[in-house]
Ligand binder design. Structure first.
Ligand code: FES
Length: 148
């Protein structure tokens, strides 16, 4: 059974859509279920997330967790956004059924991937941020290999 909050964010998702010329865009997928999530971040010069949008091609829990994740990172600093873990997203939704917890991981990874993209574009390092892990083809490059 889904909580009221999950149902609310599934039927009325917040911040759905995309941001043109976003400062950071991250796409992650789960090969097992085939679901894909994309996050767009608009980050100002002080490193504050001014806007965030998402597109999710996936299950209801993935939509609800993306929606909640966008609410949790909006207005936060890049460093604070890193602390928005899948556990924090689950808690904010009053929990998810155990078989659906992995869906919230997609939200955490999508935010991290978008932050990673932002850092790459800006040429900065965000402490504690690891290269995104994505199953889908377009993100096969982890960005840390040397060309030779
Ligand atoms: Fe794939 Fe939910 S079943 S993200």
């Amino acid at each position: 059974m889904y909580t009221e909050k999950v149902m609310d964010h599934f039927t009325n998702p917040r911040n759905m859509g995309e941001i043109e010329n976003a400062k950071g865009v991250g796409t992650v997928g789960n090969a097992k279920c085939g679901d894909i999530m994309r996050m767009y971040l608009d980050i100002d010069d002080d490193g504050i997330i001014q806007d965030v949008k998402f597109k999710t091609f996936g299950c209801g829990a993935a939509v609800a967790t993306s929606s909640m994740a966008t609410e949790l990172v909006k207005g936060k600093t890049v460093q604070e956004a890193l602390e928005v873990t899948n556990k924090a997203v689950c808690e904010a939704l009053d929990g998810l059924p155990p078989v659906k917890v992995h869906c919230s991981l997609l939200a955490e990874e999508a935010i991290h991937a978008a932050l990673w993209d932002y850092a790459q574009k800006k040429g900065i390092t965000i402490e504690g941020l690891k290269p995104p892990v994505a199953d889908i083809d377009e993100l096969h490059d982890h960005g840390d290999e040397e060309e030779y």
